[in-house]
Design a protein around this ligand. Structure first.
Ligand code: ADE
Ligand code: ZN
Length: 317
């Protein structure tokens, strides 16, 4: 019996695409998808770089605004059926018209239409730049984000390979998004160590960190996270499948929480990691004996850190 209702703050739209959805779309469009699926039909990759490659290859079939409307609907239905009532979804203008502002407006309208078609779950969009695409593209992405900031687009973030470049290279993009009133988050402390989290906090003014789990390797940094009330979007299943931790039992989420860090739980890219929100909660219960009190605390933390208006937040608390 899983805890409901759930709040999820870290979910990539393309990364949540079920393999069947991508295969079907590829068939309809006659786009070759060689080498990205395993014999059992799931996504196939060996390591983090392989995951990023397969992820980007799968997005090739997502061509039109209509494709993104269909994907958004499928993803939100999937989340709603896991007991999620509020979700923040990373949206990438890189995959929606190549960061062209005019095209981005069309893709975004379609994504919003897809979101409105699903009852029982509320979505907000976090526009995300991709670190390994470089700072110039991040600036263009930030302009798309600033242009469409509002009730639906409420955040700006950065994913991709955090071991490349310095956080300061992306300062302009994050400042531009902040000026437009967007909440800020960035992936760090997943494949980069504590120094990557510190670099992000020093230069990007984020209130949340995507993953951030490797902060546990530096006690002073953990204290800083607590003092500055930074919220971590922890994705334990993702970390285990990508090899950041050997298994769930040695994942630092329990220690981070007991050290007083604001911890939330998300799935990241659920079909890539063979997970779901229910699976994550089940694993936390099984490995750490977490029950109602822990899960209520996770969701209260998520509600407080959510990039939403006060009325929406009040309904979640
Ligand atoms: N993009 C999608 N999933 C990601 C992850 N786990 N780390 C970095 N970038 C990502
Ligand atoms: Zn992520």
């Amino acid at each position: 019996m899983t805890f409901n209702p759930k709040i999820e703050l870290h979910l990539h739209l393309e990364g949540a695409a079920p393999p069947d959805f991508i295969r079907r779309l590829g068939g309809e469009k006659r786009v070759a998808l060689d080498g990205i699926f395993d014999l059992d039909g799931s996504y196939k990759y060996k390591d983090f770089q392989g995951f990023l490659n397969v992820y980007e290859a799968a997005t090739k079939v997502l061509e039109t605004p209509e494709d993104f409307a269909r994907l958004t609907q499928a993803v939100l239905e999937q989340s709603r059926d896991q007991g999620v009532i509020y979700t923040e979804v990373f949206l990438s203008p890189d995959f929606c018209g190549g960061r062209d502002l005019g095209a981005w407006h069309e893709y975004l309208a379609a994504i919003q239409e897809g979101a409105n078609s699903v009852q029982g779950i509320e979505m907000r969009g976090i526009i995300t730049c991709i670190r390994h695409f470089g700072p110039d593209k991040a600036r263009e992405t930030a302009r798309c984000a600033a242009e469409t900031a509002g009730r639906f687009i409420t955040g700006f973030g950065m994913g991709g390979n955090e071991t490349l470049g310095k956080a300061a290279d992306f300062g302009w993009a994050f400042d531009c998004a902040a000026e437009a009133g967007l909440g800020l988050t960035s992936h760090a402390g997943e494949f980069g160590g504590p120094e990557s989290v510190r670099d992000t906090l020093d230069h990007l003014n984020v209130t949340r960190i995507g993953h951030g789990v490797r902060s546990i390797e530096d006690a002073a940094l953990v204290r800083r996270l607590v003092e500055e009330q930074i919220t971590l979007e922890v994705c334990p299943g993702s970390n285990v499948v990508l090899g950041v931790y050997k298994n769930f039992a040695v994942h630092p989420i329990e220690k981070l929480m007991s050290d007083g860090v604001n911890v939330t739980v998300s799935t990241d890219d659920p079909p890539f990691f063979h997970t779901s929100m229910r699976d994550e909660y089940d694993a936390l219960q099984h490995n750490f004996g977490w029950g109602e009190d822990h899960f209520r605390a996770l969701n209260q933390t998520a509600a407080r850190a959510a990039f939403c208006d006060d009325e929406t937040r009040a309904a979640l608390l």
